[in-house]
Design a protein around this ligand. Structure first.
Ligand code: LHQ
Length: 266
């Protein structure tokens, strides 16, 4: 809860889709201790709930997230330097690891600017859609910090070293359309179509085989830094597991019967 009893994170359910909505619009949804904690709890709840098959990360107001709240006493340098390493380790590490290992697909709905750790959280989701007016900002160099919250890991994987370096060193706002052209995000969507597009995509993802999708994310992440031999081994192991699972039988039966599959494994 915020000081005025408004929840800093809203949970909205639509069938098997759970939307976690950052809700500090007056602070451009900047992340303070309370919001980081609420988001971690929200993700943990979704991971433990067998009825949830897709998580959407969204935000209230004109911004998606301005990153770490710079007025938070745990980081604000006024009154003496703070141990930022401790903040990153205690608040962001668990959040990033939980987000990237969700048992269901994750979709970031970026409706406005996403900066610093806010951009990192969006870009760590499986699919990122952004409203045309949104932008992505590596805000760290402007305050003489390094990109954190997994940014140094995810950015070069998404856009390559040259663009990752340019974005981080110069700190320019990257408009959503250019983010799509760079391959930083899946799709830039016209402002009016955004809400509908997010809802439709989330429902599509929720109907997909969650367990196979979670394994796919895991293997793509591991494959980026493994040998071909290791990747083939990991693929065989995952395929063995999935071949014994109910969803595979369901998928093949649905294909043969020319009907839509009803996947249930997680
Ligand atoms: C804010 C913030 C903000 C507080 C706007 N905090 N109030 C993790 C842990 C440990 C150490 C540090 O690092 C990290 C990870 C990080 O995320 S570091 C990066 C932190 N984020 C930033 O440096 C971004 C700072 N903000 C901006 O660059 C701009 O505000 C953006 C581009 C987000 C939006 O620009 P505008 O649309 O022009 O809005 P604005 O600048 O006018 O801001 C509106 C208000 O929001 C304003 O307050 P005020 O009282 O004057 O209306 C800002 O002070 C406040 N605000 N970001 N992170």
């Amino acid at each position: 809860m915020s000081a005025n009893d408004v929840p800093v994170l809203l949970s909205e359910r639509d069938g098997a889709v759970l939307t976690l909505r950052l809700n500090r619009p007056e602070a451009l949804n900047a992340l303070d201790a309370g919001l980081c904690e609420a988001l971690l709890r929200g993700l943990e709840g979704a991971a433990a709930d067998p009825q949830v098959r897709c998580v959407v990360l969204a935000a209230s107001g004109r911004a998606f997230c301005a990153g770490q709240d710079l007025r938070d006493p745990a980081v604000a340098p006024q009154g003496g330097a703070k141990d930022l390493g401790a903040v990153v380790a205690a608040r962001y590490r668990p959040l990033v690891l939980r987000l990237r290992s969700m048992p269901v697909p994750t979709l970031a709905a970026v409706g406005g600017v996403a900066a610093g750790a806010g951009a990192a959280l969006a870009l760590l989701c499986d699919i990122v859609v952004a409203r045309r007016r949104a932008a992505f900002l590596q805000a760290f160099a402007a305050i003489a910090l390094i990109p954190d919250s997994g940014s140094t890991w995810v950015l070069p994987r998404l856009v390559g070293r040259a663009r990752a370096m340019g974005l981080c060193l110069l700190g320019d706002k990257l408009p959503a359309a250019q983010a799509e052209a760079y391959g930083l995000i899946w799709k830039c969507v016209d402002d009016e179509a955004f809400d509908h597009e997010v809802a439709a995509l989330a429902q599509r993802l929720a109907a997909q085989p969650a367990r196979a999708l979670a394994r796919t994310r895991e293997l793509l992440d591991a494959g980026a830094s493994s040998s071909l031999e290791q990747a083939l081994q990991a693929e065989a192991e995952a395929q063995r597991e999935l071949g014994f699972a109910a969803d595979f039988a369901e998928g093949v039966e649905a294909f043969a019967s020319r009907r839509a599959p009803r996947f249930q494994d997680r």
